[in-house]
Design a protein around this ligand. Structure first.
Ligand code: ADP
Ligand code: ZN
Ligand code: MG
Length: 508
């Protein structure tokens, strides 16, 4: 329940208790949950949506403000071109159609963190509509989730309750965030489980990060999600009444909140009650949602076209220009990398987790003897050691040059996998790059001609078929013998000498 105090500085939210019921699997199985998500994403522009103030998280309260974002009378908004480009980029990345002429609208409501008394948003003519995101369902198959719309709007300021001696009785307002450009991405009610919700958000975040339009930092509120949840009897024709769970700040908590909400609503119906349309808050400590305000008390936003901004026209030429900035997106990149480098689905998924990681891999893969080996080294040996050391890839003691060198040495057989692991351990222990450690700790070389020849003889005797191939004219088979002897010598044979002796023996 919301109370608006005179003077407009204090808003109290009274939490209404509700009861959770433990339900049997049989009862749960009677119902079909339906979920739609509304995701707010802050755009990484230099300046705010409608003024020249810096768009940056944090800072001394109320220092990134000006007459426009403070809503002072007479101050006029000017639309940030970059915000439009980011909105279009994000929309294209999730397969939306761009509306050539979209309209900004005033969404009127009173709240202390929004000094204008309205939010500039888009209403019936949003900049983008009709997109989709593919997510894996429970069986691992791909399921297409519709995106109803993506529209542009501005963020509000923040109410601050903590950190003041008198904060029990007062709410402070920080307007630095006020006017930050946002896109809101609204999904169709196509999601059916809490896991699908998690997958959708993960996918959306990954795509947005690739496009570079947002840092999607949930702790700082760059990405915020409201989940609309309803349940109906399986086979029913109409959706049930939805409740909206607002502002949960991690994907894991959203999954938990949706799971809780599904069970709560089924419990209400099983008890002969009715689900009421309302907004609810997730309490993480208690693992439950609470009623925040019901629809009867909901705002009437009295939308009308923003008189201070002209229609936004993004014509074909501008769209094409923006589209050139659209990078290859994670899914397409995974598919291409699997084909191009012959790496596993699993490795491709790990390597494309971020655009930076994928970029690094591809640069290395192009220089290495075996991209596959670079992939394996990065996704297993290196990732494992980084995780244990609590380091990001950027902080790795082993550079990408080091990775390529290590992979090449392993590929040629000059380093056994055991030796490779030891050298990598050394890199992490001593915080040194691979070439340095290799020079110092590389395996002792065997340069004794007799010893190498003995090993070559052994390998030749064991592989008559390859000998025949070589002598039949397929000279490249000599590399096979070099590799085999290298392995046999545990990487210790002098490579130059080995090469020379192998050819001599085979030609003999
Ligand atoms: P409202 O007018 O209450 O804001 P919308 O139709 O705009 O509702 O939908 C808001 C979000 O709620 C969308 O993501 C939509 O997919 C989802 N949604 C709509 N109806 C339902 C429902 N019955 N159950 C679950 N989600 C729903
Ligand atoms: Zn400003
Ligand atoms: Mg709506």
């Amino acid at each position: 329940m919301q109370e608006r105090a005179a003077g407009g500085t204090l808003v109290r939210i009274k939490l209404i208790m509700s009861t959770a019921t433990a339900l049997s699997p049989e009862i749960l199985a009677k119902y079909q949950p339906v979920i739609g998500l509304e995701v707010h994403v802050q755009l990484l522009t230099e300046t705010k949506a409608f003024c020249g103030c810096i768009n940056r998280y944090g800072g001394e309260p109320n220092t990134h403000v000006c007459p426009t974002c403070l809503g002072l009378p007479g101050a006029l908004p000017v639309l940030n071109r970059k915000a439009v480009e980011f909105a279009v980029l994000a929309a294209k990345a999730i397969h939306c159609e761009i509306r050539e002429t979209s309209i900004f609208a005033r969404k009127n409501y009173f709240y202390p963190d929004s000094p204008k008394g309205y939010q500039i948003s888009q209403f019936d003519k949003p900049i983008a509509e009709n997109g989709w995101i593919d997510v894996p369902d429970a069986s691992g198959a791909s399921k297409r989730i519709g995106v109803t719309r993506l529209h542009m709007e501005e963020d509000a300021g923040k109410s601050v309750h903590d950190g003041f001696a008198d904060s029990v009785s007062r709410t402070y307002i920080d307007l630095n965030r006020c006017g930050t450009p946002l896109v809101e991405i609204v999904s169709e009610p196509d999601l059916r489980t809490a896991d699908e919700v998690f997958e959708y958000l993960t996918k959306l975040k990954e795509i947005l990060l690739y496009t570079g339009v947002s840092d999607c930092n949930m702790e700082e509120g760059s990405l915020r999600c409201d989940a609309n949840v309803s349940v109906m009897l399986k086979g029913a024709k109409e959706f049930g009444t939805k409740a909206e769970v607002k502002n949960v700040n991690s994907f894991r908590y959203i999954r938990a909140a949706v799971e809780y909400e599904i069970e709560r609503q089924i419990g209400v119906i099983e008890d002969g009650g009715r689900v009421v349309q309302e907004s609810r808050l997730w309490n993480n400590a208690e693992g439950r949602t609470y009623s925040m305000r019901s629809k009867e008390q909901a705002h009437d936003y009295r939308y009308f076209p923003e008189p201070d901004l002209p229609p936004l026209v993004v014509g074909a030429a501008w769209q094409a220009e923006i589209l050139r900035e659209l990078p290859e997106l994670p899914e397409a990149r995974r598919a291409r990398m699997i084909a191009e480098y012959e790496i596993s689905d699993q490795d491709a998924a790990t390597l494309t987790a971020t655009r930076a990681f994928a970029d690094k891999f591809e640069v290395a893969a192009k220089r290495a003897k075996s991209p596959k080996r670079v992939a394996a080294l990065l996704t297993s040996e290196l990732t494992m050691r980084l995780r244990l050391a609590g380091l990001e890839l950027e902080q790795s003691p082993v550079s990408m040059d080091g990775v390529v060198m290590a992979a090449d040495l392993a590929e040629s057989g000059e380093l056994s996998s055991k030796m490779l692991k030891q050298l990598l351990d050394s890199c992490f222990e001593k915080n040194e790059d691979f070439p340095v450690v290799y020079e110092r700790e590389k395996p002792q070389q065997i340069s004794d001609t007799g010893a190498i020849e003995a090993m070559i003889d052994e390998v030749i005797a064991a592989n008559p078929k390859q000998v025949e191939q070589y002598r039949g004219g397929k000279k490249t088979v000599s590399a096979f013998f070099v590799g085999q002897v290298m392995r046999l010598s545990k990487g210790q044979a002098n490579p130059a000498l080995l090469n020379e002796l192998v050819v001599k023996k085979l030609d003999a």
